[in-house]
Ligand binder design. Structure first.
Ligand code: HEC
Length: 268
């Protein structure tokens, strides 16, 4: 279960906090299914395609992404993801992985923003280069500890904005992220909701994205997960690569500090 151990531990804690027979058996079924697939997470196919895309000379400038600087120097992938989001001097702002990747595709390969943000999420017959690239990049941090410093003033600001968004209530149901994610043992229908304000849950939630979603047959990124949560909150869909998503991601990533990164993972 090398991809999912943290998630499973968190699941066990939540079930223990609020036992429910039906939920437990569903959880067991999912755990069994995961076990079956644990040694061959389909996400590996995304990682492989991502590596090809990373190295492929592409775009109007016929350049690869191999000189992309994700924060640890041009071309350094090892450990880059566990330090993101971070402040980037060259653009004088905080970026998360997906924003930085877009920046590299625009500056190195010459794509326009429209071209670079086309198909952030795959649909049937329409694969996403972004999901593949993100799978490849994040896999290079597997086994490393989350180490977002949030020490630069702009990083601190991003964290504070992310925290505000987390607690901001609104929409038709007057929900905040916190409505669903700040209580132990809470669930919607059969889904357990992590209490993201506790360290172990925050780590389990953050270190297991992106993930191959069995129900969708695709690898999904953190932005996809967050979009789905904003939808559940009855908020409008955030723009792809927006600063609001980076701020929320900063809040989540910092709260997951010290957790061992273990994705692309496998989820229902
Ligand atoms: C109406 C309830 C609801 C709201 C509001 C909500 N979420 Fe979620 N969230 C969910 C559900 C349901 C899941 C999926 C849980 C599962 O798959 O077991 C989830 C999953 C997540 C996960 C992934 C957890 C994991 O372990 O995979 C993160 C991170 C997350 N939400 C963050 C947020 C953030 C940030 C917000 C606010 C922008 C938010 N959520 C708002 C219901 C909600």
């Amino acid at each position: 279960m090398r991809h999912t151990s943290h998630y499973v531990i968190a699941t066990a804690i939540i079930v223990a906090a609020a036992p429910a027979i039906a939920q437990t058996s569903v959880t067991d079924e999912i755990a069994k299914y995961r076990q079956l697939l644990a040694d061959g997470n389909p996400a590996e196919l995304w990682e492989m395609r991502g590596e090809e895309l990373w190295k492929k000379k592409d775009g109007p400038q016929k350049a690869s992404l191999e000189q992309c600087d994700l924060g640890k120097g041009p071309g350094v992938l090892k450990g880059a993801y566990v330090e993101l989001p971070r402040y980037f001097k060259d653009v004088n702002k905080v970026m998360d992985l997906e924003q930085r990747l877009l920046h590299c595709r625009m500056t190195l390969q010459g794509l326009t923003r429209e071209q670079g943000t086309k198909t952030p999420f795959a649909s049937a017959g329409n694969p996403s280069d972004i999901e593949a690239l993100v799978s490849y990049i994040t896999a290079e941090s597997k086994g490393m500890k989350m180490a977002v410093t949030a020490s630069h003033p702009q990083e601190k600001t991003a964290y504070e904005i992310g925290k505000k968004i987390f607690f901001h209530r609104g929409g038709a149901h007057d929900f905040a992220c916190a409505t669903c994610h700040s209580t132990d043992g809470q669930r919607i229908r059969l889904q357990e909701l992590p209490n993201i304000l506790t360290k172990s849950n925050a780590q389990a939630a953050y270190t297991t994205w992106p993930a191959y979603r069995v129900s969708q047959g695709e690898v999904r990124t953190m932005q996809h997960r967050l979009n789905d949560c904003f939808r559940q909150q009855r908020f409008p869909e955030p723009l792809y690569g927006s600063d609001a998503i980076t701020a929320v991601t900063m809040f989540l990533a910092k709260n997951a500090e010290g957790g061992v990164y273990n994705a692309p993972a496998l989820k229902r």
